[in-house]
Design a protein around this ligand. Sequence first.
Ligand code: GLU
Length: 449
Amino acid sequence: MTSSASSIIHDVYEAAVTRNAGEPEFHQAMWEVLESVEAVIEQHPEYAEAAILDRLVEPERQIMFRVPWVDDAGRVQVNRGFRVQFNSALGPYKGGLRFHPSVNLGIIKFLGFEQILKNALTGQGIGGAKGGADFDPHGRSDAEVMRFSQSFMSELYRHLGEHTDVPAGDIGVGGREIGYLFGQYRRLTNRHESGMFTGKSVLWGGAEVRTEATGYGAVFFLEEMLAMRKDGIDGRTAVVSGSGNVAIYAIDKVQQLGGRAITASDSSGYIVDEAGIDVELLKQVKEVERGRISSYADRRAGARFIADGRVWDVAGDLALPCATQNELNGSDAATLIGNGVVAVAEGANMPCTPEAVHAFRDAGVLFGPGKAANAGGVATSALEMSQNASRQRWDFESSEEKLHAIMRDVHHSAYAASEKYGHPGDYVVGANCAGFVRVADAMLAQGLI
Ligand code: GLU
């Protein structure tokens, strides 16, 4: 007798939890996918026969390594580096590097796992991976960041390459870090291999719009969801968390489209600016000065800084969590719903807890999960890879138009799959099923590997 889809899914999950003990974020990301694809497993017995799910939750390769470096005081520091090459059925491994003290194997696995279906959804022929280190760039000098990055790349370089594995940035890895990492790769390999890293400076192979892409893309996705209800961004207020490049450019795009983004945050607290965030000032504080968000409020009349409390207490029509995983919980969701939120789009990876996602769904709030809503970043990375391979450079306007078209397509694929698999308008189910079917079919076709 063949097992039911539900029991297959539970068995895969239980086995993976046992095998990956102590990795709650990975378990959470895995369960969200597994419970979403039940209808697909029912309709495709061949996936279970080929153990597609069992293989999907096991990374193809995991690399962990020591990263020793010397700080400015001459002391030896030791960090741990990671690269989890999760799935390359659709293309070379692709996904960012995160430098943050919270980084551990479970967090990198959750991010790498998310990346498989996210990348599939972009339709750009890229596999899924993630990496990083438990290094904290905050408060470190440029020279320290350089020495750390060089040591990190001295191990990782042998696992990378334009046809093998192509990293990019994530939290704590921006233009400065990418420069040092790319420089060390070039030195070690004697190759100026532009296509081995994305998010590069436009001076040496980077793509226009890559910096803006995740934030812009999240707002394009939001626009598509709202359009399904004959609604839009014009005249709406948005509550945004974070103040990295995802948040900054989500705020920017909301305002370009006639909305008003009134908050931003960092680990020290959040700011409220009812007039609408001044994007140039926010960039100055966070990107140029690498300062604290309170200094935005110090310099802007009418803005206030709140050190304790939740940014989600601020009322708005739209919510864009753009900071980090599990930053918006069930009680935050209840507050937002009470304040009349209409739509939520995840700019960060898995910022909403499962309780929050269920609360939005039950309240009929439009909800765009990260693997669809924030896919614009990695999609533009794929555009960067295309330009590198063909030695072309596309201008800002045409690059933004390509990003916009990809986000419309991601929305369309997710919506169509939500209907096909019996949950119309549920973008969690839709994004997971649409991405999963692409990866599963590629894995089936390529045999048991
Ligand atoms: N770190 C980004 C993400 O979460 C971008 C990855 C990339 O461009 O490779 O999708």
